[in-house]
Design a protein around this ligand. Sequence first.
Ligand SMILES: [Zn+2]
Length: 339
Amino acid sequence: MKRREFIFVLGRIASGFWPRRNTIIAAMAAMVLLPIEVSDAGWLSDVFKGSSKQAKSAKQVKSPKRVTSRKPAALAKSAASPKRRTVKLAALGPVGLNPAAFKPVATRCDPARFRIVLDVGHTAESEGAISARNVSEFTFNLRLAKRIEEKLKAEGFAQTKLLVTEGKARRSLVKRVAAANDLPADLLLSIHHDSVPSKFLEDWEFEGKKRHFSDRFSGYSVFVSRINPDFKTSFAFAELIAKEMKAQGLDYARQYSQAIMGRYQRELLNKETGVYRYDELIVLRKTRMAAVLLEAGSIINRDEELKMSSQERRDIVSSGVTAAVKEFCEPRWAMLGPL
Ligand SMILES: [Zn+2]
């Protein structure tokens, strides 16, 4: 919620126009119980790698519903779990409260205790995409995730955990989801680097060897799954990540919304910042906490690969992610009972 809108909402509360508490709780319950789309597509060796026999085309995926209401998304931001959400809503109290009963408190999340998992995409064994200069995506993911971890810890997010998984692609996905669910984490951010469908690949020679590249596309992208049990919070966090990436001067990958992507075409949820919907990703739909996947940039694009290899770009992306997490956790207004 933008600050301006938030002040407006506070004004509504103060002047007694806010809906009754039960109405809000009913609305939130309806959001939590959003119909879960049934899908047997359970692949993620990479966005573009490995078998995609089970992948459904964008047309096959049930017609998406755009999130048009800002209010539910903003309310969902108020907690990282349904349990906390109930507590927060109960705290809203009846209408007509004295504005003096509200004061800013940092109940949203305490950085020292907030458990964010940085999931390093792929494994040393199943490395994901291969860059234009023959470096594995796993290598890029690990370096970037480590930098993000450093920055988050430096900002007080002491419980930040790097999740590095071993093994083959499919099994490793199950493992990483189980590990995140067992922690349990409040939020999961999966770190990846992008490639292209093989039809776009071109040949070139690098260090005397034939390699593949595609300079056609570039940019970051952020994915959320509507099948995640806390889609609203996932989407809210994805919006923050994408907004901060854009604020760092980066452009998002536009191709995912285009028909040329075929079965990799995705619904663009935010055309300003680059949040896409990707329901089938296991790491997003099987995790019990809010989850977001970040493709930090394309490593099959020769120029962008060089940028993604630099400390400077890792710092830029890490700063964007850290700003998004801080914003996610920033102090909010809540009622504190008798003052
Ligand atoms: Zn990947």
